[in-house]
Ligand binder design. Structure first.
Ligand SMILES: *Cc1c(COP(=O)(O)O)cnc(C)c1O
Length: 704
């Protein structure tokens, strides 16, 4: 959407209060052009709103080789009250939001297919905001191919990927049913659905109808492939959305993960890039995702790396000085007062950066939990430390804004003056200075709320060392020698207990590890140990946490399987119809499946290195043997009853009695460690068009 007013500009006043300012973007200043129709007039498309149309002008920006299309409702053809639909990000109420999402999802598909004739093979939904696109796709398929909703929905599944980006419930819009009804009551008949059938598309199975229409659930139910944005977030999402597949155990919900990455060359400071050009292999920029590219970082002489880093730091401190001067002057501080504060900034001091949205789960003020202790840390004359904060709070988030106020107040306390800075109007331009100019990048979200986090990746590729909670990407990126961690993997009974434990850990690591390492300087003023951390940081994260690697993963694991499905099967509508009737049969006959035990299922105790053979008998009165897979599910049983190291392996058909429809399956379980093991058997559906067996929410376990 063409957000002409964009996101707000932030000012922080003399009381530490956030003030918001919307500025109109001047389109004449932007590399943007209106698209034209055949008659040479501005291309306008429309979506249906109750009793009227909303017209949208289409704009285009070329981003490198990629064309970006933007929809704009601010045109004369629209009713006055409709013109602001695409004006602001995060402005307005739920009705504004549903209108925006209708524009994004439905007009978006309409533009791509009917006007630009692009006909995408895959649609990728980032978060639930665009998930009405599923409905538009299904509607088009029904119309074009004359198929049922069910068949059209399967085809839509083969064309859609959904990425969930946050475990915070507010990340997904949930619309009141009355609002959905208002905008969609003329639409659901076109899908051949009743009101209730339609509304249930946005709900977990088996709940009351008045629960609200959840855009994330809509996407999860239809998308053929679904993922979270880090390994940990994948696991958290499987639990969070477990109820979408009530029969499948939570940890097997069909949600995988692709860890986020950053566009390396956009975030690498230019001087740093020059250094890499000199020491990495030729054309390294074409092979960013390969780990071997980064090993050569070792060859950069320490003094060169430190020189470039210090250069970045000096640039950042200049920005901090200017920004602080401008902000305090506006609030009526005198020249002397401002100078007293800004003159203390020094590139010699260990500099910590914390910049992110001021959402409460990110705990921006955790480092102030024990004011006495942080006072000591910052004011050690031999080993000084300074901290730079920046970030916007959502305009409706009072608690987030209070954090900004608190940091401002702290920064004005005598013992913290000139040690703690808060910059206003955090944006990408400022971010470039911060992530390359501080020494340590601090991140202390309340685990496991940080889905991935990307600013730490921007920092590490610039040789800025991460100091972070084991959450999001850092839970997999941390290697013990490339940075530091805050807290543990533990789970806590209360926020207070978690904050206490994490803040203690934060202080201890700062005092005992980070500060001593930074100030362990030789006669040339270099800390070899610190530089080793910097290099490890770049080497271990440069490839893995790049968009280059991320796109390879999306392509291999999500896009290509769906493309192949389309190419091999869905291009022929008969296959789609056959698959759908196969599913119907399976749902009907699933209950008749029986698994009988052959030997007893008691736990077994065995020595490491042994293997055992297990077997079961399966009765399939109404289902073809081709349509199921039989699996043995086993794990080590600990003293407290918890099952660990669960493994699921397919079983082999050993014998059959076609007449009685009985089949005998076996498998060999190999155990690498000894101990007490338990195992059981289960059946999952199988079909070559079914990429994710769990999607059908069917599983049959043996009953003892
Ligand atoms: C990278 C970036 C973010 C996201 O950072 P997180 O670590 O995910 O919080 C937010 N805002 C700006 C301006 C950024 O550059």
């Amino acid at each position: 959407m063409l957000y002409k007013h964009g996101y707000f500009n932030q000012k922080i006043n003399g009381y530490g209060q956030q003030e918001t300012e919307y500025q109109s973007i001047d389109l004449f200043d932007m590399p943007i052009i209106p698209l034209k129709d055949e008659k040479g007039e501005d291309l306008t498309i429309y979506v249906k709103f109750p009793k009227r149309r909303l017209y949208l002008k289409v704009w285009q920006i070329e981003v490198g080789r990629v064309k970006l299309y933007l929809l704009d409702s601010d045109i004369e053809k629209n009713h006055e009250e409709d013109r602001d639909v695409t004006l602001k990000l995060y402005g307005g109420d739920q009705e504004m939001r549903i209108r925006q999402e209708i524009v994004l999802g439905m007009a978006g598909v309409n533009l791509l297919t009917n006007y630009l004739h692009l006909n995408p093979t895959i649609y990728h939904m980032n978060e639930g905001h665009s998930s009405f696109l599923n409905l538009e796709i299904i509607k088009n398929i029904i119309k074009e191919k004359q198929v049922s909703f069910e068949v059209a929905r399967d085809i839509a599944s083969s064309k859609t990927v959904f990425t969930t980006h946050t475990p915070v419930p507010a990340g997904n819009d949930i619309f009141p049913l009355s609002l959905v009804e208002k905008y969609f009551k003329d639409f659901w008949p076109r899908l051949g659905l009743s009101r209730e059938e339609f509304l249930r598309l946005g709900m977990k199975p088996g709940i009351d109808l008045d629960d609200g229409f959840n855009m994330g659930i809509l996407a999860l139910k239809i998308a053929g492939k679904k993922n979270g944005v880090s390994k940990l977030h994948g696991a958290v999402s499987r639990e969070l959305f477990a109820e979408v597949w009530p029969n499948i155990s939570a940890n097997e919900s069909p949600i995988e993960y692709v860890t986020n990455g950053i566009h390396t060359c956009s975030w690498l400071a230019p001087k740093m890039k020059e250094l890499y050009n000199k020491y990495l292999i030729p054309y390294w920029q074409d092979n960013i995702h390969q780990d071997y590219v980064w090993e050569k970082i070792k060859n950069i002489p320490d003094e060169k790396l430190w020189e470039v880093h210090t250069d970045q730091k000096v640039k950042l401190l200049k920005l901090v000085r200017e920004s602080t001067t401008e902000r305090l002057r506006r609030s009526g501080y005198s020249y002397e007062e401002i100078n007293e504060i800004t003159s203390k900034l020094t590139s010699k001091a260990l500099t910590i950066g914390f910049a992110r949205r001021f959402a409460t789960y990110k705990r921006a003020t955790l480092i102030f939990k024990d004011l006495e202790r942080i006072t000591q840390i910052l004011n050690n004359a031999d080993r000084p430390v300074q901290i730079i904060f920046a970030g916007k709070a959502h305009p409706a988030d009072k608690e987030g804004q209070d954090l900004i106020k608190y940091i401002h107040e702290i920064s004005m306390m005598p013992q913290f003056k000139g040690k703690i800075f808060i910059l206003e109007n955090y944006n990408i331009a400022m971010s470039r200075y911060l992530i390359s100019g501080v020494d340590v990048w601090l991140n202390n979200p309340r685990r496991p709320m940080e889905a991935s986090g990307t600013s730490g990746q921007k920092a590490s590729v610039n040789g800025v060392i991460n100091f972070s909670v084991l959450d999001g990407w850092w839970a997999e990126g941390y290697t013990q020698t490339n940075g530091w961690i805050i807290g543990t993997n533990a789970e806590y009974d209360s926020y207070e207990a978690q904050d206490m434990a994490d803040s203690q850990s934060l202080y201890r690591t700062l005092e005992e590890k980070i500060i001593p390492t930074y100030y362990d300087k030789d006669k040339n003023g270099l800390s070899k140990k610190w530089l080793q951390y910097m290099k490890n940081s770049i080497i271990t994260t440069g490839g893995k946490y790049s968009t280059a690697r991320m796109l390879v993963d999306y392509t291999n694991n999500l896009y290509m399987p769906l493309c192949n499905l389309t190419k091999k099967y869905y291009s022929d509508i008969d296959n789609a119809a056959a698959f759908n009737s196969w599913k119907k049969d399976l749902y009907m006959n699933w209950k008749d499946i029986k698994i009988n035990q052959v030997n007893n299922l008691d736990n077994i105790t065995i020595d490491a290195g042994n293997n055992i053979e297990v077997g079961c008998e399966v009765e399939l009165p109404n289902i073809d043997i081709e349509n199921i897979s039989v699996e043995v599910y086993y794990g080590k049983i600990l003293e407290n009853g918890v099952v660990e190291d669960v493994k699921i392996i397919p079983m082999k058909l050993q014998d059959k009695d076609e007449e009685a429809k009985k089949y005998y399956f076996t498998a060999k379980i190999e155990l690498t460690t000894g101990g007490n093991y338990g195992y059981t058997f289960r059946i999952m559906p199988k079909h070559e068009m079914l990429l994710e067996p769990a999607n059908l929410d069917l599983v049959k376990w043996i009953t003892k």
